[in-house]
Structures are given as structure tokens and as C-alpha cells.
Design a protein around this ligand. Structure first.
Ligand SMILES: [Zn+2]
Ligand SMILES: [Zn+2]
Length: 232
């Protein structure tokens, strides 16, 4: 299952950032600056001691609470950890934007990282287009992939679960954003009240993430049979 280096929404001190291990690669779901610092402390000075020989970052969209730490991660992996970073973008346009950010704006060393699309990566990562911010229309995604032998569905930021439903088969794990305040760009918890128990009945485990109000969302999670995303 996924573990989290933070599960807060955009204006929280610790932004949403998840990870899991795929053999000797550590796979991150987005990388805010707070997530980078938590990862640095978690891994320590020598990634090899933790059997980590490379880092993969799956990007959902380009809001700063999701990509704000990628440049620093690339620098750190280049100069301190000496391991490569592979960034998987959900579409070609975001791949180009990330290359511009890392090479032109952040001055990352070209050999320190690669950016590929999910198609180019060809490794079972399925980008799922969804709706979130109108300013980023067409450029907001979740991901479906296998982690620790289970189908894992990660919504990223979204205002709907609809695009993800087809992937939520029995035994799947769903990591969905949930918001205590009603907003057109996020998934208001009241809109999840019906669907979470239905998913549970279907054998789907549901975890809430990208939380704007932990207290309110914790009690809603208990009522609905969901859990809050596990933070390390
Ligand atoms: Zn966000
Ligand atoms: Zn966002």
C-alpha cells in the first residue's frame, strides 16, 4: 500500500505526497517541497543502505503543491545521493512543461533526470484524465497502477470520482482527495457519502488524502468506513 510523506491540501505545511517501493526503485506520487524534505530525512545519506538505486516520480498536474519539490529532488539526487530520477508525465504537454521547468528555470543537470510520458515509460502506469482546476483544464490526471501486488488508484486533485470508477475492481485500493469545504475544484466530502460505502461493499479499500481539515475529515472517514491516508 501507499505511504505518505504528507497528506495536506495546497495551503497546508505538509502537502500531499505518497510513495511505495518497486524492488530497488522508490516511486513517488508527486513531489511538493515538503515531501522532498520528508523523503530526505526518511532515506538518510545513503540510499543504497535502503536498497534504493533510483527514484521515479509520477506527476498528476503542475500545481506547485504537487511539483514544487521536483527540481530540488533532482539536484539532491545528482549531487548527494548519486542516483537517477525518472519523471513520468501523464501527457506530452506536461512532459514538455516539466523539461522547461527543470532545465531552463531550475538549471538541473541534463544527465541527472529523464522525463517520459506514460506511453514512453510503458510500465503499467495508466494516466486517468480528470477535472480539477479550470486553468489547468485537460492537464489534470490521476493514476492507476499496481503497487505491492494490488491495483492502486490515485486520484490526484479532482472534483469527481467518475473517471476512476472503471478501475475500481474488487480488492483495489483507492486514494482519493477529499475536502471539508465545498469547492468546484475539489471533491467535497458530502459528495462522497453515497459512493464510499458502495465501494467498500465492492471490496475496495478507501483512503482519504489531500486533506484541508483533518479533524472533520477524520470523523467523516470513520462514519463512511474509509481511513485517512497513512503518514510515515
Ligand atoms: Zn493540490
Ligand atoms: Zn491542484
Amino acid at each position: 500500500m501507499l505511504r505518505f510523506l504528507g497528506r495536506g491540501s495546497a495551503f497546508c505545511a505538509e502537502n500531499n505526497c505518497a510513495f511505495y517501493y518497486d524492488n530497488d526503485r522508490l516511486v513517488l506520487l508527486d513531489c511538493p517541497m515538503s515531501g522532498f524534505h520528508r523523503l530526505r530525512l526518511l532515506v538518510g545519506e545513503a540510499p543504497a543502505d535502503k536498497n534504493i538505486s533510483g527514484i521515479t516520480v509520477l506527476v498528476t498536474h503542475t500545481h506547485s503543491d504537487h511539483i514544487g519539490g521536483i527540481g530540488m529532488l533532482v539536484h539532491y539526487c545528482c549531487y548527494v545521493w548519486h542516483i537517477p530520477v525518472k519523471i513520468i508525465a501523464p501527457c506530452r504537454e506536461i512532459a514538455e512543461d516539466l523539461r522547461f521547468m527543470l532545465l531552463r528555470l531550475d538549471g538541473c543537470r541534463e544527465t541527472a533526470f529523464s522525463v517520459v510520458t506514460a506511453d514512453e515509460a510503458g510500465s503499467g502506469f495508466i494516466p486517468v484524465p480528470t477535472e480539477h482546476s479550470p486553468e489547468l483544464a485537460g492537464r489534470c490526471f490521476g493514476w492507476c497502477f499496481e503497487a505491492d501486488g494490488r491495483r492502486t488508484v490515485f486520484t490526484g486533485d479532482t472534483n469527481t470520482l467518475e473517471p476512476f470508477m472503471q478501475y475500481l475492481t474488487e480488492g483495489a485500493e483507492l486514494y482519493t482527495e477529499a475536502s471539508a469545504s465545498d469547492s468546484p475544484v475539489h471533491l467535497y466530502i458530502e459528495r462522497l457519502r453515497k459512493i464510499i460505502p458502495q465501494l467498500k461493499a465492492r471490496g475496495v479499500s478507501v483512503y482519504l488524502m489531500h486533506l484541508d481539515d483533518e479533524k472533520k475529515l477524520a470523523s467523516a472517514a470513520t462514519e463512511l468506513g474509509a481511513e485517512l491516508a497513512p503518514v510515515v
